[in-house]
Design a protein. Structure first.
Length: 356
């Protein structure tokens, strides 16, 4: 195997707290421990198609550890296998491969979620040496215990639940908070449980509006004239479908308003909706995510330096391990309706809209 001398780093998909921490650790490790030259590829895989690269030096990455977003910038577009063309998509993967070779990159660290990792795996199958780092606030990759960015999103959502509690109690209102997570209910479950929500609605457990109403009335009989409901954006009622802001692009959102409308017909309480949105994606990462991202970045640089390609770094228990990228993208991780966290929530009186 030829010696690795020059590597590239890219961040694909949505932004996420901790991206800069990964970049910082990977660059420092690559330079200090392995004497590698590092190029930053801008705007994810889009940067491979137009060769938009910048040298990443210790000086350039100084001070980025606590910053949100990504130094390299990112995009949800630019998939080289399905690149937007005139009225359709086209395969530009061969162009990406040619540009990688022209840039003399001996390996690429791709930091991203499910979509980014699938592209990385396909490029690896075409002969491109790839290492992946899992990034998503959704925490929906089965190959790792946690993805960086998730705990920061949970922190933001939990803070929102805490703040809504005070106004809900002051006005005897039903406060509905919609959080992100796509088709996985991890953010809703963690923040709802940590924040003391009364009802949590997640994609994995379809809800019944009448059960939500029953839960609210039961709390009223117990002397609690307000309720906090945390709703994952991908939640749906029994027999229903997800709520989309844009069905063509499959952008989820608006389920909180649907829930509010469903229960408003049966209860005589003020109902207010808060959609947390991209606040969960932005801002400085909390210490847990800074540490996890730093460990991931260091491990990714070590893997690429020794040529152990086609792998993704992952957290398993207390250890960072390497797993095949294909395994990481083949099994999404969803909340287990019969798991310990859901059982704990039920034991402390939280309803999932399925029974009292």
């Amino acid at each position: 195997m030829a010696k690795v001398r020059r590597i590239g780093i890219l961040t694909g998909g949505g932004d996420c707290p901790g991206l800069n921490a990964v970049i910082r650790a990977a660059v420092r490790t690559a330079i200090r421990d392995h004497d590698l030259e590092v190029l930053g590829i801008q705007f994810g895989f889009e940067g491979l198609l137009n060769k938009a690269c910048v040298p990443l030096t210790n000086e350039l990455i100084r001070g980025i550890l606590p910053k949100g977003g990504t130094l390299l910038r990112t995009t949800n577009r630019g998939n080289p296998f399905e690149y937007p063309g005139s009225g359709s998509t086209e395969d530009r993967s061969q162009m990406a491969v040619a540009n990688i070779r022209e840039l003399a990159l001996d390996g690429i660290i791709a930091i991203g979620g499910d979509g980014t990792l699938k592209i990385a795996q396909r490029l690896f199958e075409m002969g491109i040496p790839m290492i992946a780092v899992p990034k998503t606030i959704d925490n929906d990759l089965a190959a790792t215990d946690f993805t960086f960015g998730f705990m920061t999103a949970v922190f933001v959502a939990t803070d929102a639940v805490d703040r809504l509690h005070t106004t809900a109690e002051s006005h005897d209102r039903v406060m509905i908070l919609e959080v992100m997570g796509r088709n996985a209910g991890w953010i809703a479950l963690y923040s709802g449980l940590a924040g003391g929500a009364d009802i949590i609605l997640i994609p994995e457990i379809p809800y019944r509006p009448e059960i939500i109403v029953q839960s609210i009335r039961e709390r009223q009989r117990e002397g609690s004239p307000f309720d906090i409901i945390v709703v994952a954006e991908g939640a749906k009622r029994v027999g229903g479908e997800e709520s989309y802001i844009d069905r063509r692009s499959r952008r989820l959102g608006g389920i909180a308003y649907q829930v509010a409308d469903e229960i408003a017909r049966a209860i005589n309480l003020e109902i207010r909706v808060t959609v947390l949105g991209h606040v969960q994606r932005g801002g400085s990462p909390i210490p847990f995510d800074r540490l996890l991202a730093t460990r991931f970045g260091k491990a990714a640089a070590d893997l690429i330096a020794v040529g152990d390609f086609g792998k993704m770094v992952a957290l398993r228990g207390e250890h960072i391990v390497a797993v095949p990228i294909r395994d990481a993208v083949s099994n999404p991780k969803y909340v287990d309706p019969n798991g310990e966290l859901v059982a704990t929530a039920r034991s402390v009186g939280i309803s999932f809209g399925e029974h009292l």
